[in-house]
Design a protein around this ligand. Structure first.
Ligand code: SF4
Length: 343
């Protein structure tokens, strides 16, 4: 397995194609059947009210702001109904950190969804779980267990950004630190729940700090084996206050190198995703030869990165075409990366 030092050296190495080939070899070993997967799901942002003021975020509104909202249950039900009608199998539900919503609000929402729909609920990133625990006076474990009993199926890896406290202090001072982010995933895995891990890079961190992030994720996976996938993407600066300080967004080469090094560093995580939503379809397609074996979601709705200036869109047919054209077999998967569908 790649050491921390070797990973930093690779990120500095100009041999882009060589790094890509090494990552592609790992992808081939882990996925010899040549399948690249995608999911049909919907991102529902139940509230944009948030008390954290992260500098890279263009999505949140402070409490009392006229553009702030909490989606009524009927609106959420309608979005889920539409998702199912479009062949969707999952809902990715995330929102801001609302200081007044206690666990009963979330339990009620999850239960009322599960009473009406047969759909996988992949919801509430670490900072949201920690917020629910705090405002409800519960432990992390009890919070996750209660949400699971109400219908939560898995937890997304959002809120990780860069898992290095020096970076976190600079870009998201009020949000959870590295250990707290990790604690949510460890507890979820101990309770038998799968989660994903993400990384938002290019927000002014050093290459060492970027690899520190990979190391945190690799260590958790060694202990628990509970991550299904790793999903790296680049900071989108438009409409964010951090964007004024980070002069240039990460380039295509930086994205591809980081994707490939992630595949090499995280050999213990089965799936690595290339993100077309933030990188665009063409770069995502090239990412399939830099270690990625998944292109993420057809994404019926996305508000968070759209608020920060990423306006890429696609259809299922388009995703299948870019996968086929890159020399792979496209297959729809579910949130847990299972491909039992008839395609
Ligand atoms: S990234 Fe999340 S926690 Fe931070 S301000 Fe935006 S919605 Fe709030």
């Amino acid at each position: 397995m790649l050491s921390h030092k070797e990973a930093v050296e690779l990120l500095k190495d100009p041999d882009l194609i060589g790094i890509g080939m090494a990552a592609d070899a790992v992808r081939r070993r882990l996925h010899p059947e040549g399948v690249v997967t995608y999911i049909i799901d919907r991102n529902i942002n139940y509230t944009n009210f948030c008390s954290e003021y992260c500098t890279f975020c263009a999505f949140y509104r402070p409490l009392g702001h006229p553009e702030g909202y909490i989606l009524p249950k009927e609106v959420i039900f309608h979005k889920i109904q539409e998702t199912i009608e479009l062949g969707g199998t999952g809902i990715l539900m995330q929102g801001g950190l609302h200081p007044d919503l206690k666990i009963d609000w979330y339990e009620d929402l999850l239960r009322s969804i599960k009473q009406r729909f047969k759909i996988h609920l992949h919801c509430f990133s670490s900072p949201e779980i920690l917020n629910i625990a705090e405002v409800s006076g519960l432990s992390i474990r009890d919070t996750i267990a209660r949400l699971r009993d109400a219908g939560l199926d898995s937890i997304p890896g959002g809120g990780a950004e860069i898992l290095d406290d020096e970076v976190r202090h600079r870009i998201s001072r009020l949000k959870c630190n590295t250990e707290e982010w990790a604690a949510v995933h460890r507890e979820a895995h101990k309770l038998g729940m799968k989660t994903t891990a993400t990384m938002m890079f290019g927000c002014g961190e050093t290459l060492e700090q970027r690899v520190n992030h990979l190391e945190v994720v690799r260590r958790i996976q060694e202990e628990t084996g509970g991550f299904t996938a790793f999903i790296p993407w680049t900071f989108q600066k438009e409409n964010t206050s951090l964007g004024r300080f980070v002069k240039e967004e990460a380039t295509a080469v930086e994205y591809l190198k980081t994707l490939a090094v992630s595949r090499l560093y995280l050999e213990n995580i089965p799936n690595v995703q290339a993100s077309w939503v933030t990188q665009g379809l063409k770069l995502c397609q090239i990412g399939l030869r830099f270690g990625a074996n998944d292109v993420g979601s057809v994404m019926i709705e996305e508000n968070v990165v759209a608020a920060a200036g990423a306006h890429n869109c696609s259809t299922e047919e388009e995703l299948r075409r870019i996968i086929r054209d890159a020399g792979f077999i496209p297959k729809q998967r579910d949130t847990l990366y299972r491909t039992f569908f008839l395609n």
